[in-house]
Design a protein around this ligand. Sequence first.
Ligand code: 3PG
Length: 392
Amino acid sequence: SELAAAGLLKGKRVLIRADLNVPQDDMGNITEDTRIKASMPAVQMCLDAGAAVMVTSHLGRPTEGEFKLEDSLAPVADRIATLLNRKVPLISDWVDGNFEVNSGDLVLLENCRLNVGEKKNNDELAKKIAALCDVYVNDAFGTAHRAEATTHGVAKYAPIACAGPLMAAELDALSRALASPKRPLVAIVAGSKVSSKLTILKALADKVDELIVGGGIANTFMLAKGLPIGKSLAEPDLVNEAREIMDIMEKRGAHVPIPEDVVVANELSPLARANRVAADQVADDDMILDIGPKTAARLSTMLAHAGTIVWNGPLGVFEIDQFGGGTKMLAAAIAHSPAFSIAGGGDTLAAIAKYGIENQVDYISTGGGAFLEFLEGKTLPAFAVLTERAKD
Ligand code: 3PG
């Protein structure tokens, strides 16, 4: 945006790497277009600045060098055309630059993962892509955890390489939430497995004041506390890790609030009868499928008094209404809390949409894996290379 404001993009060939990897149904219709919409400000800004704009993205995980119709960005080109009310030609086989784009024009370059060498960040490919532009803009936060030719290599060789407004906004919001948070900092980390979120839980154990766990993750923590969990999903071999996390937190005066009551059923089905029981009364054939209302009320109070909230993962099986009470109540608490709130991850976004609180969460990340890796405290390679270039 600084380059645009300074008039430095006029007549320049600008290549924007966006993350337009959106879900589609079997017919190829886009079912959710948040990422496309979130990528438009960068595109519009460059067009308004008089640049010749090329946008590329991956879609799915195609086999390099093998074009299949379902891997095409054609539906994305149509959606951008509708959103910006202009023609958006889709260019295939674009790496050698056999296409034209004039100042003020926009083209979409076909799925970059069809190019041989993209995934492995091939240097020759990255150089060719860099040669297409005067300015490279990486606005693909959702792919910032991947070092590929269009997210990493090209940034080394393009004459100018910088972050786009979406990338900048995502990193600002995440840093605000984790690097210098207003306290208390409350994180919600929920999901089926401790193992898939262990690194995040460990990274957050050193930072947050309250670490709310949910789903199968909470069940493993309940086991670690010696509570019965019946036939609930859990990872008994990780109870020691759970204990360690609770110890680290307690030493700092921070907590992992363990559910006092839970919602159980004896099967996971939309027809299942849900019962609320105290956390120490879970029977052998019970499955814990949500936190109970007493727990949800206690956690809601915690969220009401938070300074910052980071949310990843629904608390129960919210897709089935009788097991969605906990997630619904916490979603409402986040919506009403004065805290700065940030949420990310596919299931979390689905819960936010289900309970209609999109406009009440301060920042909703477009990142799935990238959001999680940021929470893990990992360096995002696509951003790291831009930081390196900024030193030039
Ligand atoms: C995502 O959907 O998380 C990003 O677009 C990255 O996709 P990938 O996991 O296929 O690299």
